[in-house]
Design a binder for this molecule. Structure first.
Ligand SMILES: NC(=O)c1ccc[n+]([C@@H]2O[C@H](COP(=O)([O-])OP(=O)(O)OC[C@H]3O[C@@H](n4cnc5c(N)ncnc54)[C@H](OP(=O)(O)O)[C@@H]3O)[C@@H](O)[C@H]2O)c1
Length: 278
């Protein structure tokens, strides 16, 4: 039976680049998007199939998994990439915004994992090495101000990754997180649109700084191919690392995590004042 990977969120950014990267290396890819058509370069590829679902719609996820089974493919890998980044001060976020952040990045990831796990158990029974690869973030390692909800969702992704790996490794299923630092993708522009909504609030002054701060982070970001390569390794290496941080100066993040929280506070506020990130 031919083996296949399910990759969520292939309409742009890391998902789109990863779909190409995996296809170029001979993998069969089912890529999900919420609406419209996948990029022509993908739909033209014989090993690519587009699936339409929102990760918050469990019935649609289930139908998509059934489609893979009906195609006679054995699912061996799931990449939970779909995600959104809601920014702004916690004080001013609406209930709809903070719930949406978790609905997509956390509960969506759980739903896709639950719906695909029966297929991954079947893959193991067939002697294969099935994996779930969760796309986390450096924001799941450290919390920057004004992307706090996003960070909370990505800390949850790290916890889910570690916990699920410990639950599933006895069944031969590996669960890995690939956590990028800043990457040049459309997610930044989407985030900027949201912060404009906070003008006129008591946070206006800091939000004026946040614009240049996030622009500097995006400009210094890595190309999505670097993340795609890490995802490919997570799916195919015989002994993959369980948590991979993909960014320039990842050593600084690992070091900063070990410092006292008050020191971290000063670090972030100084960087924000200077329009710099890590
Ligand atoms: N770019 C970065 O700097 C960075 C850094 C660390 C981690 N990440 C993570 O990398 C992942 C991909 O982000 P990206 O930077 O490539 O951003 P992106 O270009 O905005 O791509 C996000 C993808 O997720 C999809 N998506 C959003 N909401 C969805 C939903 N409810 N159901 C299904 N799909 C949904 C989007 O589809 P639509 O087009 O339909 O909205 C899109 O395909 C995210 O998990 C993000 O948190 C990104």
């Amino acid at each position: 039976m031919q083996q296949a990977i399910l990759l969520t969120g292939i309409s742009s950014g890391i998902g789109l680049t990863t779909a190409h990267y995996l296809l170029q290396r001979g993998l069969t890819v089912y890529g999900s998007l919420r609406s419209g058509d996948a990029e022509a370069g993908l739909t033209d590829h014989p090993a690519f199939t587009a699936l339409q679902f929102d990760v918050t719609d469990r019935a649609a996820i289930r139908a998509a998994v059934q489609r893979i089974v009906a195609d006679g493919k054995q699912l061996v890998g799931v990449v939970n990439n779909a995600g959104i980044a809601i920014s702004g001060p916690v004080e001013t976020l609406s209930e709809a915004q903070y719930r949406k952040q978790f609905d997509v990045n956390v509960f969506g990831l759980i739903a896709v994992s639950q719906e695909t796990l029966p297929q991954l158990h079947a893959a193991r029974a067939a002697g294969l090495s099935p994996r779930i690869v969760n796309i986390g973030s450096v924001s799941g390692y450290l919390t920057s101000p004004f992307t706090t909800l996003y960070s909370a969702s990505k800390f949850a992704v790290e916890a889910l990754t570690d916990g699920m790996r410990r639950e599933l490794s006895p069944f031969g299923i590996d669960v890995i997180s690939v956590a990028p630092g800043p990457v040049k993708t459309p997610i930044w522009a989407k985030g900027r649109e949201q912060t404009e909504a906070y003008q006129g609030t008591r946070y206006e002054g800091v939000l004026e700084k946040l614009g240049p701060y996030t622009k500097a982070a995006e400009a210094d970001g890595v190309e999505p191919e670097l993340v795609a390569a890490a995802i490919y390794r997570a799916l195919t290496d015989p002994s993959p690392k369980p948590n991979v941080l993909v960014m320039k100066k990842s050593w600084l993040v690992k070091l900063l995590r070990l410092t006292p929280k008050r020191f971290q506070d000063k670090f972030f506020l100084k960087r924000l004042a200077e329009n710099r990130r890590y």
